[in-house]
Design a protein around this ligand. Structure first.
Ligand SMILES: N[C@@H](CCC(=O)N[C@@H](CS)C(=O)NCC(=O)O)C(=O)O
Length: 233
């Protein structure tokens, strides 16, 4: 199985890597091996059903893009999701909501133009960050906390991990990196999310991955960027 994603950031590719690593599914991280030019060449190759943007998987010529769609595929094919249809849609729904908050987090440092530099939109980013920290972030976290609390088991669903758990872990990691002060203030409100973050970090595949060179550090090229001036308690 081939994973294609930008090689120098965790970005959206990390949601796929974490599910693959937790499950012990073998994959080639093609652009980390072959470079950005190889990714661009692959993206621009002649395909009838081309992906719009990375990340995408290439399984012997079957190409699947969009994070939530990729995880839906992995959930089905590799048993990383529950078997009941209502439960599968619930996990997919959680993943789509995670995708929404990820997009909003990115828009905090790029509120005006995604093609423009952060430095060219700093006043607007400060305004967007205040609203995200005060209103949107707790609203999303309240939702995920309630979702976790309504499950009888310790995970997001059932009594075993699914890709909803690995994605929630990455969301919390990213938000803690981006807004350390705000996340510290909010932490006591979210015991179930803290529990799931801890459980995921203890999965053997995740432990191995986090300790490896494959896990690159967050940086200010990715989605979750730490600009101290955008954080507050
Ligand atoms: N909704 C898509 C978003 C994909 C996306 O925005 N990928 C970014 C990197 S994280 C990209 O390379 N975008 C190029 C573009 O939008 O032109 C997903 O969840 O996979």
């Amino acid at each position: 199985m081939k994973l294609w994603y930008w090689p120098h950031i965790q970005g959206r590719g990390e949601f796929i890597r974490l599910a693959l690593e937790a499950a012990g599914i073998a994959y080639e991280d093609c652009a980390r091996r072959d470079g950005t030019d190889a990714l661009i060449a692959d993206l621009e190759s002649d395909r009838a059903r081309a992906p719009f943007a990375p990340p995408y998987l290439d399984i012997d010529g079957f190409v699947v893009a969009q994070v939530a769609n990729i995880l839906l595929y992995l959930g089905d094919r590799h048993d990383l999701a529950p078997s009941r249809i209502a439960d599968r849609y619930w996990v997919h729904q959680l993943q789509l909501t995670i995708a929404d908050v990820v997009a909003e987090a990115h828009n905090v440092h790029h509120p005006v133009g995604v093609m423009d530099y952060y430095d060219d939109q700093k006043p607007e980013a400060a305004r967007a960050a205040a609203q995200f920290r005060d209103e949107r972030l707790p609203k999303y976290l309240d939702h995920f906390e309630q979702a976790a609390e309504c499950n009888e088991g310790p995970w997001m669903i059932d009594h075993r991990w699914t890709y909803a758990d690995t994605s929630l872990f990455q969301l919390i990691e990213g938000l803690r990196y981006m807004f350390p002060r705000r996340m510290a203030t909010l932490a006591p409100r979210y015991p179930a999310l803290a529990r799931i973050h801890g459980l995921v970090s203890g999965l053997p595949g995740i432990q191995r991955y986090l300790a490896s060179e494959r896990r690159i550090a967050f940086n200010e090229e990715g989605i979750f960027r730490h600009y101290p001036e955008l954080d507050a308690e």
